[in-house]
Design a protein around this ligand. Structure first.
Ligand SMILES: [Zn+2]
Length: 59
């Protein structure tokens, strides 16, 4: 299975778009412009509106 198959998009309620890798507690969000995947959003919140991103609070 290639890493490409795990790539998803998530759109926040504020219309900020992220690219998402993995699932469940291993889910990681990156900015769309972060093509090198160098800076995951570790806080689990949208940097625009501060809403919690799904997948982080369950654990
Ligand atoms: Zn947002």
């Amino acid at each position: 299975m290639s890493p490409e198959s795990q790539r998803h998009r998530y759109t926040c309620d504020c219309r900020h778009e992220f690219q998402v890798f993995g699932g469940g507690r291993h889910r990681r969000y990156f900015e769309l412009e972060d093509s090198l995947l160098a800076d995951p959003l570790m806080l689990g919140i949208c940097p625009d509106c501060r809403r919690a991103l799904p997948g982080k609070s369950a654990g």
